[in-house]
Design a protein around this ligand. Sequence first.
Ligand code: NAP
Ligand code: MG
Length: 495
Amino acid sequence: MTERADIVRTKLFIDGEERPAHGGREYGQFNPARPKELVGHAALSAPKDVDAAVKAAHAAFPAWSVLNFAERADLLRKIAAALTANEADVVERSKLFTREHGKITRETMMELSRLGDRFLLSASYAERLAAEEQLQGPPLDTIVTRQPRGVAALIVPWNWPLSILGAKLPQALITGNTVVVKPAQNSALAPTLTLQIIARMLPPGVVNIVTGSARDIGDALVGHPLVRNVNFTGSIPVGRHVMKIAANNLTPVTLELGGNDPALVLEDADLNAEAFQKMYLASFASTGQICMAMKRLYVHESRYDEVVEGLRAACNRAVVGDGLLPETTMGPLNNGQQLNVVKSMIAEARSHDAEVCELGKIPDEALYNGGGYFQRPTLVLNANQSLTVVQDEQFGPVLPISKFRTEEEAVALANDSAFGLCSSVWSQDAERATLIARKLEAGYTYLNNHGPMAQDNRGPFGGFKQSGIGRNLGYDGVLAFAEPHTISGPPGFLF
Ligand code: NAP
Ligand code: MG
């Protein structure tokens, strides 16, 4: 069979160079809008490749870690500039990204630009990192340094692979660690090409990239004795497994896991068209495949009908189809497994007599029904708290909406979950909204907005309860890659 000329092939990147996976193995990446369409091949790593990548990172560590923070910050700033320097290349990569991932090009373009912003943010912490705490004696003269740990394993999911790497990679680098990155199997091509731009600008071995299936290499990476830090973003079950494997070497882990974010609309919320558009995007951007999407909506009974109508109108404006077309506002889900999760939640809600509204425009019915992983934006009205679509993360374009009467009831419903990633409160009263936010078991609470478009990257990001351990982003996210090291001597010796 002859291959189309635009088929992309990505290799591994280890010790400063591209190389094939052990045995030349690779796997196909297909278009979620047309699952028979091959987009490219990514290298399929074996444990041997992981071992080579970790050893390269380990060998690069001494020279990288002795640079000072300002020197590394300079390099991060240069990388940020290089990431968007070639506009035509960025546009091409964003199209490739859409074809392998499913989401619309506006979002893949956003991811490609956001990565550079996060490099700049990490660079901005250089001075703060360099300013070591000094404690003058008596009893002792002491300084507290922040030292890199060594090789960090960075593992990311398919949904927002580059933005999520932006919350780990520059933070690991500014603090002086070297890394092995494992992109997700379901979206490896554009992320790998983008990561190669970064890796080529750094000394060999500082950034290494291993693609493939975690089934083959997950344990080899997480459990490698030279890995000193695992920073994982993904699902709760896999997070639990990663923590168990890391425990063998007592390797510290940061886990960013699933979310089932509640949003509380109070009776005094300002509900104009802009607010509904924000709510729509909070829930349905990236076809709902966002950890910090609004996934459960609780509305004061006095405003319920208004919210349902506002969201129904917003959903009906959605254009579902091929993410490469400029008029499309919602692409397919990334994979068939995720589509099945969403479809079964919708079916269960229907079978329990919830009112299910499947909305949006479908300009190309043949494509929509042609085997791609499409699902219209869907509202589940008067959703009972016990439904799976309320209790579990849907990670797809379906939003359950229910009513509450009192503030206490709203807070109890929001906290009635094993998850605790983000949340939001919608109200015109800042003091009241903030008081409620403080009662929510969540790592982040947005006021009058929700989701990645509304996130302040200077704040730490992560979850309470089963949504994770530790934080990425902000200064806390940088410190997650450093070990405090206390150095002290007799009084008068250091200062
Ligand atoms: P996943 O199945 O947990 O996979 C995430 C990553 O872990 C992938 O790179 C995967 O590789 C890898 N992995 C799988 N098994 C592994 C193992 N045994 N050892 C080491 N690595 C392993 O999650 P997903 O389906 O890709 O992503 C969706 C989930 O991620 C949702 O629950 C979502 O909420 C969560 N998420 C959380 C955040 C956050 O910041 N809290 C952000 C985004 C997404 P393969 O691709 O090769 O399987
Ligand atoms: Mg849910």
